[in-house]
Design a protein around this ligand. Structure first.
Ligand code: HEC
Length: 106
């Protein structure tokens, strides 16, 4: 049973190789633009991989998190600058980084 699930997951991954590219962009963007605050939890930023910190944020929905990351967000814990202060980033890069971060926090 587990094997079957794994096989179909691997198959889905192959079919969605576009999705895999997106994951690479997400990590690359995180590493250059989001890492500085989110790796250590600087200034109230939810730490990468901290499930307790991410659960209430993930509950808002991915679209809200993407919007907050692009436009900036101040929710009482601290201040998330628009695009992490990297306004040179494209919206799609920031969205991919959010997907990556949410994936690490589940
Ligand atoms: C200068 C520090 C800093 C940088 C750089 C930064 N963040 Fe944040 N981020 C924060 C802080 C602080 C919060 C928490 C804000 C709050 O909840 O009050 C936050 C919150 C978030 C949230 C949760 C928003 C919500 O609605 O709960 C997401 C998603 C996020 N950041 C994504 C990113 C992404 C993607 C990048 C890189 C493009 C990034 N952050 C770069 C400081 C930063």
């Amino acid at each position: 049973m587990k094997k079957a699930i794994f096989a179909s997951a691997a198959g889905a991954l192959l079919m969605l190789s576009g999705q895999a590219v997106l994951a690479d962009v997400g990590k690359a963007t995180y590493d250059k633009a989001c890492f500085a605050c989110h790796n250590m939890g600087v200034a109230g930023a939810p730490k990468l991989g901290d499930k307790d910190a991410w659960a209430p944020r993930i509950a808002k929905g991915l679209d809200v998190l993407k919007q907050h990351s692009i436009e900036g967000f101040s929710g009482g814990a601290g201040y998330m600058p628009p695009k992490g202060g990297r306004t040179d980033l494209g919206d799609d890069e920031v969205k991919a980084a959010v997907v990556y971060m949410v994936g690490q926090g589940q």
